[in-house]
Each structure stands twice: as C-alpha cells, then as structure tokens.
Design a binder for this molecule. Structure first.
Ligand code: GRG
Length: 296
C-alpha cells in the first residue's frame, strides 16, 4: 500500500466512526427515519469530499476534530443529494453504493425525510461546534455550505440537469450545469477544510478555490466517462444511466477520448493552482490524481 493509499484508508476508517457518532442512533425515535439516515450515509461511498477537506485542513495545520465536523457536514449534504436524486421523481434508480436505494429499502416518504433531515443535521453540526477561533469565519463557513448546496449551487445544478433531458446542450451549458450540480459541493469541501486552520491570504484562498473548481469539474467529466464505460458492479450504481435517460454528458458531446483529455487538462490546471503551496499541498495533489485516474 502506498503512503497515499494508507492516508486514504486511515481517514476513511476514522471518518466512518465520526459519522457513526454524529448520526442519531437507529434505536432513537423515530427509529425508522434514523435507521434510514444511517443506512444512507454509513458503509459506502468513496468519501472524496471529506478527503478533500482533510487534505486542505492539513495544508493549514487545522485541528482534525474541527475538520471532521466540516467534512461531516459536506458528506451529509452529499448523501442527502444522492437519496433525493435516486427517487422516482428524479433519476428513479434502484442501486446506490452497491445497495438498494433508500426509497427501495424503505419507502419514498421516508427517503424524502431522510434527505431533509440529513440537510438539517449538516447545518446543525456547522452551527453547533466551534470550527474557528473567529466567529465571523465560522459564519462564513455556514454561508459557504448553504450557497454551495442551494439553488445557486447543487440544487440549482440539479434543476438544470432535469430540464436538460432530451435536449442538446452546448459545451458551456453542460459545464455550467456540472459546475453547479457536482462542482459546487466539491469546491466547498476544499474551502471548508481550509477555513478550519490558519487564516490564508486572499491570493492563497483564490488558488485553493481554483483547485477546487478544477477538481470538481474533472470529477464530473470522469464520472461521465465511467458511466459510459464501467460496469454496474464496479460502480455500485447503475451504469449507462445517462444514455438511457437521454441526458447530455461530456461523452455524448465530445466522445470518450476527448472527455478524458478534458479531465487531464483540468487536472493540470488544478495542480498549477497548488504551485504556491509547494510540498505542503501534496495530499491535494494526490487527490487530484485519484479523481482523474479513478476507475469507480
Ligand atoms: C437532489 C438537490 C439534489 C441534488 C442532486 C449530486 C446530485 C445532485 C445528484 C447525484 C447524481 C449524480 C450522478 C451526480 C453527479 C455527482 C456524482 C458523481 C455523484 C456521486 O458522487 P460520488 O462518486 O459518490 O462521490 P459516492 O457514493 O462515492 O459518495
């Protein structure tokens, strides 16, 4: 196992314990809702967004307890988005993270409430723990996550996505959709991790934000390639859904080879943005490599 692989495995392991502790226990009333929340969050997922927050936190010597809370808030928002996205009124999918989706395992009303409750819990965590010695910075963190997940961020991107089914989008339109739907939360994960530590100057924050924007978009481009090329067992979710749903993707627009090339270009841009941080940013560099080279 490489040094990076053991860093990932150890953070994934410890982060699972953090989530287990922060989520309401399954025997707490209302039990069915709490069990469904735990089902949707625990034991699954690559935890890419939390890993980005941990790597950004390491760059600024942030307290790991603080980063764990920020990372949990982001992961809970991500998990809520997956639960809602899989529902019949949206993507109508039956498999997620190698398991039946929440509404299949439980029911639609429960899945709706799971998403709602995970979103509320994310903000409860951000507001209920001390994440910065500067209260104004902590308020900025709450605002950042709210913006990234709301109608000007992830939910807005999802709305554009739903409206795009069966339509031909231009490359800039597709990029706008994905910058919001997928990119906004990934970008927020990087900045939230960084906000937990030593203050950065505006040029450094801007550089980190550029990194987050590039890896966020690269993540989606690679996701489109994997959706068209990998199999359901490897992905743990239904492969080929985009084509089946007649959705525009980087692959349908550019072809797989050009899409892969685009991801490589974004990867290079992400690494260039990290240049001012030198060796201290090595985990963020490794995560950019992982995001572009991943096979699942
Ligand atoms: C319902 C408000 C709302 C938003 C949904 C994120 C999203 C927006 C929908 C999920 C569908 C999808 C394929 C989105 C693209 C982003 C993406 C690749 C999500 C999957 O993220 P991974 O690969 O999942 O990080 P794991 O399971 O590893 O956490």
């Amino acid at each position: 196992m490489s040094d990076f692989q053991s860093w990932v495995a150890s953070h994934q392991h410890d982060f699972e314990d953090v989530l287990r502790r922060l989520l309401p226990q399954g025997d707490t009333e209302p039990q069915r809702l709490h069990a469904a929340m735990r089902y949707s969050v625990l034991e699954g997922g690559k935890r890419v967004r939390p890993l980005l927050a941990f790597a950004a936190g390491e760059l600024v010597n942030a307290d790991i307890e603080r980063v764990s809370i920020a990372a949990s808030a982001v992961e809970l928002i991500h998990a809520y988005s997956l639960v809602h996205d899989d529902m019949p009124c949206m993507d109508n999918d039956v498999l997620r993270r190698g398991k039946p989706t929440c509404h299949v395992e439980y029911d639609e009303a429960t899945a709706l409430l799971v998403g709602d409750s995970l979103q509320s819990l994310a903000f409860q965590l951000l507001a209920g723990h001390c994440l910065s010695d500067d209260p104004a910075r902590q308020m900025e963190m709450v605002r950042l996550l709210a913006t990234a997940s709301g109608s000007r961020g992830m939910a807005g991107g999802q709305a554009i996505d739903l409206a795009s089914v069966g339509r031909q989008l231009s490359l800039p339109e597709l990029e706008q959709m994905h910058i919001h739907k997928t990119g906004a939360l990934i970008r927020a994960a990087v900045l939230l991790g960084a906000y937990c530590g030593q203050p950065l100057d505006s040029a450094q924050l801007e550089a980190l934000d550029r990194y987050g924007k590039c890896v966020g978009l690269a993540f989606q481009v690679v996701d489109d390639v994997l959706d068209s090329e990998a199999d359901t067992a490897t992905l743990g979710k239904t492969a080929g859904k985009d084509a089946d749903n007649n959705k525009p993707t980087y692959v349908t627009l550019l072809g797989a080879a050009a899409a892969q090339q685009m991801a490589a270009g974004l990867h290079d841009e992400a690494l260039a943005a990290l240049a001012p941080f030198g060796e201290d940013a090595h985990r963020l560099r490794e995560l950019a490599d992982f995001i572009v080279l991943r096979k699942f």
